[in-house]
Design a protein around this ligand. Structure first.
Ligand code: ADP
Ligand code: ASP
Ligand code: MG
Length: 418
């Protein structure tokens, strides 16, 4: 007998028929003799709908109240799945974030899980009850509702798996694994049998939304075995132990599994970035700190940063990217500090995309970046900013050219499948 956490995403939970199917998959897993906890997302589109209500209420909405609103989508699906399981004759109950509780910090709208209380949950599972847990939601030390950032149910699932020492965390979604790039953009994308935590972490952090970034770092830290697989399987499909998903593995494990390692693991795109430029800032110590300290204090993550070479008058332009969802707040914070920072113009552009190539293999290979720049140049795609890490190169481009860039790079690095 194994203890398994099964997570179902928004598309898998979208409506009565889909939830009934999910209940069937869960039931079969239990019938195979396993203890099962299920983590669910809201129905697809629901969280977007709720986010829009918040925006309509106030462009600079209170993040704590935003969390109260957007956490509700998962409450609905967890109750419904418990009902469907009961209808199939299973014992099942829902456990809302506050009932476990899932404790988080108070970074509303992007909270981090600090602990999950599991004794009651484990007792109920040991008694044969299927636990249905709404993903995405948590509770601060002073009992205010939080959410974990978009896509956060993946992180809830991994955190539950770590808390109950599960043997595996299966992430069921609408694709049957992790591919070399989004298979919805590139039809020739290839499915990866295995991917390392490190590569998956980097792919997720640059926009492969198949897993939330934090879920991967948490799995890596806690040693949770994560598998990505499709929930769109029929009644006769084999149990999850033999379904052909993608397994996230350690470096050492991968070496034992695959003889030859690709230079590039995958390509990701992120359209949720926004570019901010401040012109004519004094080129002196402290100028950049004056821009980024207020953003850091407001929990706004700055990603790519470029500071241009100072012009004659000792002035410089600074360009950086922030998550699109934080653009309005970024703009408000910077406008309020125009004098203190001493810039001339604030220019915002949300019509940009970040395209990245990721691969552990690039550590020992030169020329990865130049292949990228050449391939994009050949198609007339202009690069607005660049950032690199040991295993990744990212470029910022016009949003309209995203799909073209991903396809061109997929071919340029020899990743195209049949
Ligand atoms: P869920 O609602 O199940 O959490 P998501 O929409 O968050 O599903 O994530 C699954 C989607 O991730 C897929 O439909 C696919 O379009 C996208 N995706 C992006 N990059 C990749 C990749 N490299 N491999 C597989 N899917 C990817
Ligand atoms: N429902 C949330 C979202 O859409 C969390 C999730 O689906 O993982 O972001
Ligand atoms: Mg998701």
């Amino acid at each position: 007998m194994a203890r398994i956490v099964m997570k179902f995403g928004g598309t898998s939970m979208a409506g009565t028929e889909r939830i009934r199917r999910v209940a069937g998959i869960v039931k079969r897993q239990q019938e195979a003799g396993h203890e099962v906890a299920v983590v669910v997302s809201a129905m697809s589109g629901e969280t977007d709908r709720l986010v829009n209500f918040c925006r309509e209420a106030d462009a600079l909405y209170d993040p704590a109240e935003y969390d109260v609103v957007v956490a509700s989508g998962e409450q609905v699906t967890s109750g419904l799945l418990a009902m469907h399981l009961q209808a199939l004759g299973c014992k099942a109950r829902s456990w809302l974030g506050w009932q476990l509780p899932v404790r988080t910090d108070d970074a509303f709208s992007k909270a981090r899980i600090e602990s999950i209380d599991s004794p009651e949950l484990l007792a109920s599972m040991a008694a044969g009850e299927i636990a249905v847990i709404p993903g995405f939601q948590g509770l601060t030390a002073d009992n205010r509702v939080t959410t974990l950032g978009r896509g956060g149910s993946d992180t809830s699932a991994v955190a539950v798996a770590a808390a109950i020492l599960a043997d595996r965390c299966d992430i069921y979604t609408d694709v049957d694994g992790v591919y070399t790039t989004d298979p919805r953009i590139v039809a020739k994308a290839r499915k990866l049998k295995n991917v390392t935590y490190e590569e998956m972490l980097e792919l997720a952090s640059v926009g492969s939304k198949v897993l939330q970034t934090r879920s991967v770092s948490l799995a890596m830290k806690e040693g949770v075995r994560v598998q990505v697989l499709s929930s769109f399987i029929d009644e006769t499909a084999p149990p999850a132990d033999s379904l052909p998903g993608t397994m996230i593995v350690s470096d050492a494990e991968l070496e034992g599994l695959e003889m030859e390692r690709q230079l590039i693991t995958g390509i990701a795109a992120d359209k949720n970035e926004a570019k901010v430029t401040l012109t004519r800032i004094a080129d002196r110590p402290g100028a950049v700190a004056a821009i980024f300290s207020p953003l850091a204090n407001a929990n706004i993550n700055v990603d790519m940063i470029i500071q241009n070479v100072a012009k004659d008058k000792g002035e410089t332009d600074v360009t950086f990217t922030v998550p699109g969802a934080d653009l309005a707040r970024t703009q408000a914070l910077l406008e309020a500090r125009q004098e203190a920072i001493g810039y001339t113009r604030l220019i915002c552009d949300s019509k940009v995309a970040k395209v990245s190539v990721v691969g552990v293999g690039m550590r020992s290979h030169a020329g990865v970046a130049s292949t990228m720049f050449r391939a994009l140049a050949d198609r007339g795609i202009n690069i607005q900013a660049i950032s690199t890490s040991e295993i990744k190169v990212s470029v910022l481009i016009d949003e309209d050219e995203t799909e073209l860039a991903v396809r061109v790079l997929h071919t340029a690095y020899g990743l195209d499948g049949e």
